[in-house]
Design a binder for this molecule. Structure first.
Ligand code: FAD
Length: 388
C-alpha cells in the first residue's frame, strides 16, 4: 500500500492518480486542502511566469500545462461534475467533449491567456527583452501596444504603455480542484485519515510507515511506500530543504467579471496579478515574504496588494472584499520541486513546488508513477545530498 502524507493539491493529485491506476492508497492529513492550495490563485502560467534563470522550471510547467485538459476532464468524470454550463464555445485547451466542458464549468478551468502589462519606459524595455527571450525559446507570445491591451481589457488603466500576451496560459480555481479531488477519492473508496503524522516509521535504513499524533485513531500505519507531500511542513518529517514562503492574497467580488483573462504587471518594483473567476470573483495576489511559519494577514500586505492592483485596474477599489488569506509556499533553494524516490528506501518525495504547485500537480503525479523520466531528472531529490 502507498501512503500519501499531505492532502494539498499535490498529495491529493498523487493519491487520486495512484487510485486510478489500481494501486491501493491511503491519504493522511488533519485538514486536507487547507494549506497553500487553499490560498493559491490557480494560474497555470508557465509562459508568463518564465524568468531568465529558470528554464528547467519552464519545461516542467509547459509539460504539466499540456496534461491539464485530460487531468481535468478525468477528474470531472471521477468527481461526478457535470457541464451545467453546457459546451463551452471558446477555443483554448484543445481536445474537447462533455468532460472538458464539465471541467471548465466545475473547476473554472479557463485558457484565455495572460496579459503582462508595462507602465513606464523601463518596464516596457524589460518586457521587450523578456519577449525576445521567450521568442528565442519558441514560446508563443505577442507584443501589444497600450491601445491593443486596452482593446483586450477595457478596464485597464489608461497609463498602460504596452504588454505581452501569452495566449496559451490558463488558470483554474484551486479550491474547486481540491474539493473535486477529495470527492473523487471518496468515490473510489480511498481512505482519507484526518490525523497529523508525527514521524516516519523506520526499520533499519527503510521507511515502513507513519506514526500519527495520539488520540487520532490508529497510532501507526504501515506502508510499502510513503509519499511525503506535506508542502511547507515537509521539513518537519524528513530532511528536505523546503522552507515556507508566505503569500497574502485577496478575493474581491463583482457583479460582472471585470477582466476576461489574467492580468499581471510590476508596480513599484513588485509583481502583482489579477485572476478573474467565472462568477465575477477577482483574485488579487500575492505578497512574497520570508517570515517562517507566519500566516497572519497584515494591513501592510493588503494595502500593497490593493495599491498595486489599482494601478493596473482602477475599478478594483469599487469591489467587495470576499476573502483574505495567507498561505505558505513550499520553497526550495533552486525554486524547483523535489519529486521522486529519496535516498531512503520506502520514501518518495513530492514537495517544494513553491509558486507552481497547482500548475505542476498533474506532472508531479505522473513522475511519482514512474512516467516522464527525462523531466523527472530536473526535480530529482538526488540533486541535494543528505535527504533521508
Ligand atoms: P499544501 O497545499 O500546503 O498542502 C500541504 C498539506 O500537508 C496541508 O493540507 C497540511 O495540512 C498537510 N500536512 C502538513 N503537515 C502534515 C503532517 N505532519 N501530517 C499530515 N499532513 C500534514 N501555484 C500555482 O500553480 N499557481 C498559482 O497561481 C499559485 N498562486 C499562489 C498564491 C499564493 C498566495 C500562494 C501561497 C501559493 C500559490 N501557488 C500557486 C503555489 C501553490 O499554492 C503551492 O505550490 C501548492 O499549493 C503546494 O501544494 P502542496 O500540496 O505541496 O502543499
Amino acid at each position: 500500500m502507498d501512503l500519501v502524507v499531505g492532502g494539498g493539491v499535490v498529495g491529493l493529485s498523487i493519491a487520486w492518480r495512484l487510485a486510478r491506476s489500481g494501486r491501493p492508497v491511503t491519504l493522511v492529513d488533519p485538514a486536507p486542502a487547507s494549506g497553500a492550495s487553499h490560498a493559491a490563485a490557480g494560474m497555470l502560467a508557465p509562459v508568463s511566469e518564465v524568468s531568465y534563470t529558470e528554464e528547467p522550471l519552464l519545461r516542467l510547467g509547459v509539460a504539466s500545462l499540456a496534461r491539464w485538459p485530460s487531468f481535468a476532464a478525468e477528474l470531472a468524470a471521477d468527481a461526478g461534475l457535470s457541464a451545467d454550463a453546457g459546451p463551452d464555445p471558446r477555443g483554448g485547451l484543445g481536445a474537447d467533449g462533455g468532460l472538458l466542458a464539465a471541467a471548465r464549468a466545475g473547476l473554472d478551468l479557463r485558457a484565455d491567456g495572460t496579459l503582462d502589462v508595462a507602465f513606464g519606459a523601463d518596464d516596457l524595455a524589460a518586457l521587450g527583452e523578456l519577449a525576445a527571450f521567450m521568442e528565442k525559446l519558441g514560446l508563443p507570445v505577442e507584443r501589444l501596444t497600450g491601445r491593443e491591451c486596452r482593446r483586450l481589457e477595457p478596464m485597464l488603466a489608461p497609463s498602460v504603455r504596452g504588454g505581452l500576451l501569452a495566449r496559451t496560459d490558463a488558470w483554474v480555481d484551486p479550491r474547486r480542484v481540491t474539493a473535486a479531488l477529495l470527492a473523487a477519492l471518496e468515490r473510489r473508496g480511498v481512505p482519507v485519515v484526518r490525523a497529523r503524522v508525527s514521524e516516519l516509521l523506520r526499520e533499519g535504513d527503510r521507511v515502513t510507515g507513519v506514526r500519527l499524533e495520539p488520540a487520532t485513531g490508529p497510532r501507526e500505519i504501515a506502508a510499502e511506500r510513503v509519499v511525503l507531500a506535506a508542502g511547507a511542513w515537509s521539513g518537519g518529517l524528513a530532511d528536505v530543504p523546503v522552507r515556507p514562503v508566505k503569500g497574502q492574497i485577496m478575493r474581491l467580488r463583482a457583479a460582472q467579471p471585470l477582466l476576461g483573462r489574467c492580468v499581471r504587471g510590476t508596480v513599484h518594483g513588485t509583481p502583482v496579478y489579477l485572476v478573474p473567476r467565472g462568477d465575477g470573483e477577482l483574485v488579487v495576489g500575492a505578497t512574497q515574504e520570508e517570515l517562517g511559519f507566519d500566516t497572519r494577514v497584515t494591513a501592510g500586505g493588503l494595502y500593497e496588494l490593493l495599491r498595486d492592483a489599482r494601478e493596473l485596474v482602477p475599478g478594483v477599489t469599487e469591489l467587495e472584499v470576499a476573502d483574505v488569506v495567507a498561505g505558505l509556499r513550499p520553497g526550495t533553494p533552486d525554486n524547483l520541486p523535489i519529486v521522486g524516490p529519496s535516498g531512503t528506501p520506502g520514501l518518495t518525495l513530492a514537495t517544494g513546488h513553491h509558486r507552481g504547485g497547482v500548475l505542476l500537480a498533474p506532472l508531479t503525479a505522473a513522475i511519482v508513477q514512474g512516467e516522464e523520466a527525462d523531466l523527472a531528472t530536473f526535480c530529482s531529490p538526488a540533486r541535494f545530498r543528505d535527504i533521508s
